[in-house]
Ligand binder design. Structure first.
Ligand code: CO
Length: 294
């Protein structure tokens, strides 16, 4: 944490030098012409399969805002380091913003491509606050992640209902695998399950690293005597967690745990960002920051 903060500090100072003035478009007594940019910020993934998700979002954002340049950043240090080893350079949000400042962007709309407002989202908030404090841009505004408002919850319920495989029969379950976190925002996942079950009582939401855990989901399925379940990642990408924790052959994968309990599992290897119904929610969230620039 300490290390991360000092890196942010260095980058912030560096980017001031890069832009050779720290005043938003106002250094040396002249104002820069308005230049609006979008920065899409995902957790990131080193899995090739995840690229479909990112490309899908990129396409949707560019279709919605054809005249606004789009940049990308990944919040995960680990993922960026992994990709760097493969020769792929991905920027952190701080570096991406420093570059945008250097390119004389005056207004930046950051769009979080995270699922909930958890740790990464709040780190991003602090980064935005830092760039705001140094006057790097005339305006810099951060858009909500997928699940933020009640409207988002409803839209996500609709999106989930649309993504369920058509071959699913009545009485068969859909188990969504969310990431989960120690962060208070984990509560969005059980809240989503509650709202999904109002529409379809056989849809469940579990998490890999938060609540509810797969053990509880298993108990719920057994109580309802469910014999077959579609396992779907509730993460933007079908990456490492989907491949291993959800659908892997190891004893502790969800597929193994539920199969051992007599529930036939059908994994669906698609991230939420591969479905237009979810992408539309993130794209709509960009309206928030961009409305500040008028
Ligand atoms: Co993870």
């Amino acid at each position: 944490m300490q290390r991360k903060r000092s890196i942010v500090g260095i980058v912030v100072v560096m980017s001031c030098f890069l832009a050779s003035n720290c005043l938003a478009g106002g250094g040396h007594g002249h104002t820069l012409p308005q230049k609006v940019g979008i920065l899409l910020v995902a957790f990131g993934s080193s899995e090739a399969s995840a690229q479909i998700s990112f490309e899908n979002i990129d396409k949707a954002v560019k279709a919605a805002y054809p005249n606004i340049p789009v940049r990308w950043a990944y919040t995960s240090d680990i993922i960026r380091a992994k990709l760097a080893k493969q020769g792929k350079q991905l920027d952190s949000p701080e570096v991406a913003l420093a570059k945008m400042q250097n390119e004389k962007f005056t207004h930046v709309a950051l769009q979080s491509l995270h699922t909930i407002g958890g740790a990464e989202y709040h780190d991003l908030r602090r980064t935005v606050t830092g760039f705001k404090a140094m006057g790097a841009f005339q305006k810099i505004v951060l858009g909500y992640p997928l699940l933020a408002t009640q409207e988002d919850m409803q839209a996500s319920v609709e999106a989930v209902l649309k993504t369920i495989p058509k071959e699913r029969q009545p009485g068969e379950a859909v188990v969504l695998m969310a990431h989960g976190t120690h962060h208070p925002s984990n509560a969005f996942y059980p809240a989503l399950m509650f709202q999904l079950q109002l529409r379809d009582p056989n849809i469940f939401v579990g998490t890999v690293e938060g609540y509810p855990e797969v053990g509880l989901i298993k108990e719920m399925l057994l109580k309802k005597k469910i014999k077959k379940a579609y396992l779907m990642p509730f993460m933007s990408v079908a990456g490492d967690h989907a491949k291993n924790d959800m659908a892997g052959d190891e004893n502790d994968s969800w597929k193994s745990i539920l199969s051992d309990a007599g529930i036939q599992c059908i994994p669906v290897m698609k991230g939420t960002a591969e479905y237009d119904s979810f992408v539309a929610i993130w794209v709509k969230h960009l309206e928030g920051p961009l409305a500040h620039f008028k």
